[in-house]
Structure formats: C-alpha cells, structure tokens
Design a protein around this ligand. Structure first.
Ligand SMILES: NC(=O)c1ccc[n+]([C@@H]2O[C@H](COP(=O)([O-])OP(=O)(O)OC[C@H]3O[C@@H](n4cnc5c(N)ncnc54)[C@H](O)[C@@H]3O)[C@@H](O)[C@H]2O)c1
Ligand SMILES: [Zn+2]
Ligand SMILES: [Zn+2]
Length: 389
C-alpha cells in the first residue's frame, strides 16, 4: 500500500510499504477514506519531537471502512464506517475506567515524555506519534491497523453525514471541546484563545456552542484571524501589529482580563526570539511566550486551559503571577473517546460544522505537498484533508 513516511526534518515521503495485518484479536484493519494533517504532525515534521525513526508512517486523524476484524472485536464489524480517535486506550485500566483515555496505562510500552518520571507508567499510545508513544503506524495511508477496536472506533451509521463532517471527531474537535470544558466557561463568559489554527478554531466553535459571549483570538496570520472573525464572531488581535495582546485584552475588559484563556499554540510558540533560539539549542524545553500571554490575559480566579502540546521545562513560566492571581490550570492530551459520542450528536443536529475550516483537499499521494502548504501557511491554508481512494 501507499503511506506517508517520515524521512527526517522537513522530509516526508509517499512510499510503498507492506499492508498492515491483524496482530491481536482486538485489532481491526481499516481502509482509510479520509485523513487530515494536524498541528501536532507539524512538530514531528519540523523534527522537534524525539523518537521518530526513518520510515515511520505519520497520521493520527483518520476514518474509513472496517476491512477486517480480529476474533475478539465486538463493537464494530467488517464494512462499518468508523472514525478513529488518536488515543489508543484499553477501556479496562484505572484511567480508562475514569474516562481518562489519554492516560490509559496499558497501550504505550515506550517511556512517554515526562522528564522527572520515576516509576510512573506512560500515558496512552497514539497513532503515528513517535517511539515515545508506542510507535504505532499512522493513518496517512491507504490502510491502518487499529488496536483496541472495541474502545476506539466510533461507528457513523448516518450515511447523510459526509466524511468531512465527522473526520475531526478523531482529534481536533474533541480537543477544542475539552479545552473549553477545561476552561470552565459558559453562558456569558469571556475567553481568549491563543492560536487561530485548527485547534483554536474548534475551541471557538465549541465556546460558541456553550454560550460564551466574548471570544478574543490571537495569532499573526491575518487570514486565519479573518476566518475566526467571520465564522465565530471572534475579536481578533494580530501580534505582529499589537505587541502585547494581553495588555489589549485587559484594557477592553475593565482592567481585569478574561474569565479564561485557551493556549492552542504549544511549545513552538512564536514571539520571543531568545526562547526560540534557546529551544533550538536545547537549552530551553519550550517557548513560554503564548503561556505567559495566557496567564497575563486571564482575570484573578480564572482558568488557563492548555491543549497546545508542551514537553520539558520553561524557565520564564511566571508561576508567581499565576499564584498571585489565583489561577487554575487544566491541560493535557485529549480523552478523545470521552467526547466523541456527544459531539457526533451535535454534528448530526447541525449545531457544529467542523468541516468549514477545511481549506485544502488533496489525494493522499500529494500528502507531502499538503505538509508544505500547512507548514508554510501557503494559499491561506487552514486545514488539509487527504483522500486515499
Ligand atoms: N492536547 C491535544 O490532545 C492536542 C490535540 C491536537 C493538537 N494539539 C496541539 O495543539 C496545538 C495547535 O494545533 P493546530 O492544529 O491548531 O496547529 P497550527 O500550528 O496550525 O496552529 C497554531 C497557531 O498558533 C499560532 N501562533 C504561534 N505563536 C503564537 C503566539 N505566540 N500567540 C498566538 N498564536 C501563535 C500560529 O501562527 C498558528 O496559526 C499544537 O501544539 C498541537 O500539537 C494538541
Ligand atoms: Zn492531532
Ligand atoms: Zn486503559
């Protein structure tokens, strides 16, 4: 089959590789009908996440048709159309029992990313996400093996729903939703979202769904901000024009700040040349720019919710500011399985239209071009969907 493989920083290739086969009784083989490129894939693409090996198949946002199923698979059948969550979870462990699927302690044999780890078991394995997270081949491919098929894949029985409408249930829609739930906002709240990428957009959509009144959105790609204003009524701030977005937010919220902030940028946040340099030299684990802005923009007693991916340390974290303001922090990988059914209902009812952010549709064979478009923000790229068949 054809699959997109990683060959080094800024080097992904369409290769012919062996077809996947069932390896455990709870596996299925999926024929992929749609797959997307995620901001998390860009961290891998740039070579910023350790644990990639040449030839690893990328991709963790995908859906398709069940082609084959192991003997112990009862939740889905051959021929079913399913969306697959990026988190691989067993459904039986301490954490799965609490709905904390991203913390599943049985599916990742690798070490994970915690620095001060001690004997803590690793969190869930993930598709196409390095040999820190299980080294599972990903779904930017014609076929993919899906382990734990009784717990992950969500059946889409309504044939009126298109692949594009439901594909983002695999990751970015639940991620935006969990970010909003973690932000503890609702009717009448104010919210600042840092990062107008796909995750920031999904957070804005879910914030509107839950009645958030005022949404600020910060980025420096004007075309993404323009989209956020038109689609979600966001008040936008371009940090190339406004040097200190948090200052601007505070000035327009009676010198208090917003009820909550969502940091949907992650460890490669732009804006501090020093931190970017130090991060590249591995003297710093991450740029703290977006996180500092989120802390500064949030009112006393408010919440900072962080779906953006972080690893390691940040020296200039300003923990004291967060203490003085009495902020709460919520963060982490998304417990995708927990949110999928409710979000599918919202899509079915027409309350959520995640597909509107798609800007590029390409055949799988042009996946490398898709990475280039999404990375370089060419042709006003917001989100790329690839179709293998
Ligand atoms: N928690 C999870 O389970 C989960 C799931 C999916 C994605 N993610 C993470 O979410 C983050 C965003 O993903 P995405 O798909 O939207 O990616 P993206 O790279 O398309 O979007 C990030 C946006 O942040 C903007 N940005 C950069 N520096 C900024 C700053 N200082 N302030 C404000 N905006 C800034 C960029 O211009 C870009 O538009 C990534 O770190 C990704 O790995 C996490
Ligand atoms: Zn992702
Ligand atoms: Zn588990």
């Amino acid at each position: 089959m054809k699959a997109l493989t990683w060959a080094g920083a800024y080097d992904v290739r369409m290769e012919t590789v062996p077809d996947p086969v069932l390896m455990a009784p709870t596996d299925i083989i999926l024929r992929v009908t749609a797959t997307a490129i995620c901001g998390s894939d860009l961290h891998l693409y740039r070579g910023k996440v350790p644990g990639m090996k040449e030839g690893d198949i990328l991709g963790h946002e995908f859906m398709g048709i069940v082609e084959d199923a192991g003997d112990a698979v009862t939740a889905v059948r051959r021929g079913d159309r399913v969306v697959v969550p990026f988190t691989i979870s067993c459904g039986d462990c301490f954490f799965c029992g609490r709905g904390l699927y991203a913390a599943c302690e049985t599916t990742n044999p690798d070490r994970g990313a915690i620095l001060n780890k001690k004997e803590v078991r690793s969190g869930a394995g993930m598709f196409g996400y390095t040999h820190l997270y299980g080294g599972y081949p990903g779904g930017q491919a014609e076929y993919v093996r899906v382990p734990q098929a009784n717990v992950g894949p969500l059946r889409i029985s309504d044939s009126a729903l298109t692949d594009e409408q439901v594909l983002f249930l695999s990751d970015i829609l639940p991620t935006g939703y969990q970010a909003v739930l973690n932000a503890a906002v609702g009717e009448g709240s104010s919210l600042a979202i840092f990062g107008a990428g796909p995750v920031g957009m999904m957070a804005a959509a879910c914030a509107r769904l839950l009645g958030v009144e005022r949404i600020f959105m910060v980025d420096h790609h004007q075309y993404r901000l323009d989209f956020a204003r038109e689609a979600y009524g966001a008040e936008t701030i371009n940090f190339d024009d406004v040097e200190d977005p948090a200052e601007h937010i505070i000035a327009t919220t009676q010198n208090r700040g917003v009820d909550a902030s969502i940091e949907a940028v992650g460890f490669e946040a732009k804006g501090s040349k020093l931190e970017t340099l130090m991060t590249n030299l591995k003297l710093e684990g991450a740029s703290g720019q977006a996180l500092r802005q989120a802390i500064a923009a949030t009112r006393r007693g408010g919440t900072v919710s962080v779906p953006g991916v972080y690893a390691g340390f940040i020296h200039a974290f300003l923990f004291g500011d967060a203490f003085d303001k009495g902020l709460s922090f919520r963060m982490g990988q998304t417990h995708v399985q927990q949110h999928m059914p409710a979000l599918l209902e919202h899509i079915g009812r027409g309350d959520l239209h995640p597909e509107i952010i798609i800007s590029h549709r390409l055949p799988l064979l042009e996946a490398a071009r898709g990475y280039e478009l999404f990375e370089e923000k060419l042709e006003e790229c917001r989100k790329v969907v690839l179709t293998p068949h």
